[in-house]
Ligand binder design. Structure first.
Ligand code: NAP
Length: 256
């Protein structure tokens, strides 16, 4: 039995859709006060409405230090504290090397990696002051473990998040603040569903558990890292991929 997190405060970036929406909903179900963040206020408000009275929306672009600071100030004003940050906002436009421009590279690194740094930096004063905090990053299997044509910049940003968290976890330890990462495999989101049932079936066949992940699978892992019971875990990452990264060959997956 886990200690209830009811009444605590969480900021979820990139929460207007996909995995962030799943994380925000899971934390909302657990009774936390949820700040649903994305650039589009209307979509964030819709998700906050789905969660209920313990959730509200805020528009912030995580590439902007000022916007991240305003996001933290908003959580403090509305919730009186910041217990948890889920730094989840991310983009994944594809471009193969040769076609990928410096601007493409900067855009992906600026959102996924620098955006993580800026979001974490913004909540730190509040966590340091109370000597209490939990930070959960959404990384990926793509980059740290696997590759996918078109996503060299994306993979670098996701691996970069894990490099960031190793040192960050050491620096934050004295403030009783932990930082960990969830590494999702293929998770069913609105974007993935748009690729059609045939694509989804092929993807599922390559996964030992024979299904794509649900956003709730990532929400559950994030909630675990935020729990009191995970208080002695920091600087770590957990792969949530149904075993997708385990088969060493097509032969291996065909044999199960
Ligand atoms: P998604 O459905 O496209 O949602 C992305 C979210 O991030 C949206 O809420 C979007 O809202 C927000 N966002 C994008 N740029 C932002 C910015 N500059 N500032 C603030 N918010 C921003 O994506 P997803 O698939 O759920 O992915 C979420 C995270 O999971 C990403 O970090 C991604 O790398 C990771 N991930 C996803 C999968 C997967 O299978 N889906 C697998 C591994 C890892 P606005 O556009 O309104 O800002």
């Amino acid at each position: 039995m886990f200690t209830p997190l009811e009444g605590k405060s969480v900021i979820v970036t990139g929460a207007s859709k996909g995995i962030g929406r799943g994380i925000a909903r899971r934390f909302g179900e657990a009774g936390l006060q949820v700040l649903v963040v994305s650039r589009n206020l209307g979509e964030a408000e819709q998700v906050a409405g789905e969660i209920g009275a313990n959730a509200s929306a805020f528009a912030a672009d995580v590439t902007s230090p000022e916007a991240c600071e305003a996001m933290a100030a908003c959580a403090l004003e509305r919730h009186g504290r910041i217990d948890v940050l889920c730094a989840n906002a991310g983009i994944f436009p594809a471009a193969k090397l040769g076609a990928m421009t410096a601007a493409d590279f900067d855009h992906v690194i600026g959102t996924n990696l620098k955006g993580t740094f800026l979001s974490v930096s913004a909540v730190l004063p509040a966590m340091k002051a109370r000597k209490q905090g939990r930070i959960v990053l959404t990384s990926s299997i793509t980059g740290p473990i696997t590759g996918y044509p078109g996503w060299a910049h994306y993979g670098a940003s996701k691996a970069g998040q894990l490099g960031f968290l190793k040192t960050a976890s050491m620096e934050l330890a004295r403030y009783n603040t932990t930082i960990n990462a969830v590494m999702p495999g293929n998770i069913v989101t609105e974007g993935l569903e748009g690729l059609g049932q045939a694509y989804l079936d092929t993807m599922a066949a390559s996964i030992p558990l024979k299904r794509l992940g649900a956003v709730e699978d990532i929400g559950n892992a994030a909630l675990f890292f935020a729990s009191d019971e995970a208080g002695y875990i920091t600087g770590q990452q957990i792969i949530v991929d149904g075993g997708q990264t385990l088969p060493e060959s097509l032969e291996a997956i065909a044999g199960i």
